[in-house]
Design a protein around this ligand. Structure first.
Ligand code: URA
Length: 231
């Protein structure tokens, strides 16, 4: 929302009165004086008017090293969920930005900021998601050629955006995709009737799973990691 509208909405002041408050340097955003009423504010910006706080909600951003056997869900009646691993970190306000299957391991992003998580998962933004993929059968160069052309998903009636495959060993590859369709990686390999036996997400956009983070542990993202999503 625009800052001038935000202030009008929170204080019931007229547009003219709000313009005056801004001109008199009575408004602060994120601790800094702001005079531009057209500036956008999100629900996580701290906004003060004449030293009175109108809004101060903190954005929470975490990476979790997801273990296998934990569901990417906020709650489940029978299975442990990734939120069980986050218990001390902000509770029910949190949601997952880009789910992983029960048996998939690796980088999971968890936040209370819906705009931020949409930005990293939205296919049109084309943030790369990198996976290590181990398969039951041999991976041949044909796979990379098909993935680069784009795989058609008949269930959704859509083409997956071109993806890049790097074959590391006969049954191990690194795959970069730009969307997060339901079981996308497994379905791509299944085009060749090759079953994925282990899947691990290494990165999303510029955010890389911290090698210091043990399986099942989480940490807050750095300011740089949070902000890189908007570039
Ligand atoms: N693709 C899959 O098939 N599974 C995941 O968990 C993530 C991507």
């Amino acid at each position: 929302m625009r800052l001038d509208r935000f202030i009008g909405h929170h204080t019931q002041q007229s547009k003219k009165a709000v313009r005056l408050l801004l001109a008199k340097r009575r408004v602060k955003v994120g601790g800094e004086v702001e005079v531009d009423g057209l500036r956008e504010v999100t629900k996580f910006c701290r906004v003060e008017l004449s030293e009175v706080t109108l809004q101060d909600r903190q954005g929470l951003y975490f990476m979790l090293h997801k273990p296998a056997g934990y569901l990417s869900a906020t709650s489940d009646p029978s299975l442990p969920t990734v939120m069980d691993l986050m218990a001390s970190q902000g509770g029910e306000q949190l949601h997952i930005g880009g789910r992983l299957d029960l048996d998939t391991t690796g980088l999971l992003l968890i936040t209370n900021d819906g705009n931020w998580s949409r930005r990293i998962t939205e296919p049109s933004v084309r943030k790369p998601k990198v996976y290590l993929v181990a398969t039951a059968d041999l991976i041949t160069p044909e796979y990379g050629e098909l993935f680069e052309r784009g795989v058609y998903l008949d269930h959704e009636d859509l083409m997956i955006q071109p993806a890049q495959l790097e074959i590391l060993e006969s049954r191990l590859a690194r795959l970069t995709i730009y969307e997060g369709r339901y079981r996308q990686v497994k379905r791509m390999f299944y085009r060749f009737k090759n079953r994925v036996v282990a899947l691990h997400r290494e990165s999303m956009g510029e955010i890389v799973l911290d090698p210091e983070l043990s399986v099942g542990d989480c940490r807050a993202l750095t300011k740089e990691e949070v902000e890189c999503v908007w570039r």
